[in-house]
Design a binder for this molecule. Structure first.
Ligand SMILES: Nc1ncnc2c1ncn2[C@@H]1O[C@H](COP(=O)(O)OP(=O)(O)OP(=O)(O)O)[C@@H](O)[C@H]1O
Ligand SMILES: Nc1ccn([C@@H]2O[C@H](COP(=O)(O)O)[C@@H](O)[C@H]2O)c(=O)n1
Length: 233
């Protein structure tokens, strides 16, 4: 039985790197008037601050201390959302491939997961939110009213990431990018704490051959049915 929520339901979108979680969460949140919570950005902010502080990715005491003094906020900026770490806009710095790989390492540490779990539950408790990540439907909000597990083939996810990086001027090859996607999959699925896996009650969507709009239509209709609003048509 889900908790009573004053602002609407909780939607969880989990899945591996490059599946389309951020893109779909942003669009679905706009359609529903919900808040978009990018939990990956929170882990990335911890990774960035740990790198700056010279804290090793396996220094649990140092990471715990860092998280105790860290506040991560999301601020709407027109159509986008800025990520603030202790008031500093770190939206760009957290998106580098270097930080992405470091994030996979620090996100395996129990103190980091426990600290961000508390923050994420506080952010979403009243509902009217869509949280994207790896463990939303399994750990953060197992009682979320709607859960999606969004995936695509490693090759397709690598191709998407390659195009994204190329547009930013990154020189990585397609083969390198696919390999990095697979490496992050293995790290996220193989860790002891909150591994990436599909919740038993999540609707699985394989977007390998679907457009963003086709995935959005499935998600929006599923949420509206759960809200008793019928199909969007
Ligand atoms: N169904 C799709 N078809 C084609 N391109 C897509 C699709 N979904 C997402 N993309 C593109 O793939 C890239 C990665 O998408 P996005 O960042 O939303 O994935 P993600 O799951 O949030 O990845 P990560 O977890 O690594 O942040 C973006 O450039 C996005 O526009
Ligand atoms: N709920 C989550 C979200 C993210 N992570 C880890 O952070 C990395 C970056 O996430 P992106 O969605 O921005 O790619 C990701 O690879 C995970 O290692 C997590 O553990 N739990």
């Amino acid at each position: 039985m889900s908790a009573v929520r004053t602002n609407g339901v909780i939607v969880a979108i989990d899945g591996p790197s490059g599946a389309g979680k951020s893109s779909l969460t942003k669009l679905l949140a706009q359609r529903l008037g919900y808040i978009h919570i990018d939990t990956g950005a929170m882990f990335r902010a911890v990774a960035l601050m740990s790198k700056r502080a010279g804290i090793a990715s396996d220094d649990d005491a140092g990471l715990a201390e860092l998280c105790r003094g860290l506040e991560v906020n999301f601020v709407r900026d027109g159509d986008s959302c800025r990520v603030l770490a202790n008031g500093e806009d770190v939206s760009r710095e957290i998106r580098t491939e270097e930080i992405g790989l470091l994030t996979s390492a620090i996100s395996a540490r129990k103190p980091v997961r426990e600290a961000l779990l508390t923050m994420q539950r506080a952010m979403g408790a009243k509902g009217g939110v869509i949280l994207e990540g790896r463990d939303i439907g399994t750990v953060v909000f197992p009682d979320a009213e709607v859960k999606f597990f969004l995936s695509a083939s490693a090759e397709e996810r690598g191709r998407r990431r390659y195009l994204e990086l190329a547009a930013r001027g990154d020189q990585a090859t397609l083969e390198e990018t696919i390999a990095k996607v697979i490496q992050r999959d293995q790290q996220d699925e193989g860790r002891e704490h909150a591994p990436l896996r599909q919740a038993e009650d999540a609707l699985a969507i394989d977007s390998t051959t679907l457009s963003i709009d086709e995935v959005l239509a499935v998600m929006e209709n599923t949420v509206r049915k759960r809200l008793g609003q019928g199909d969007k048509g």
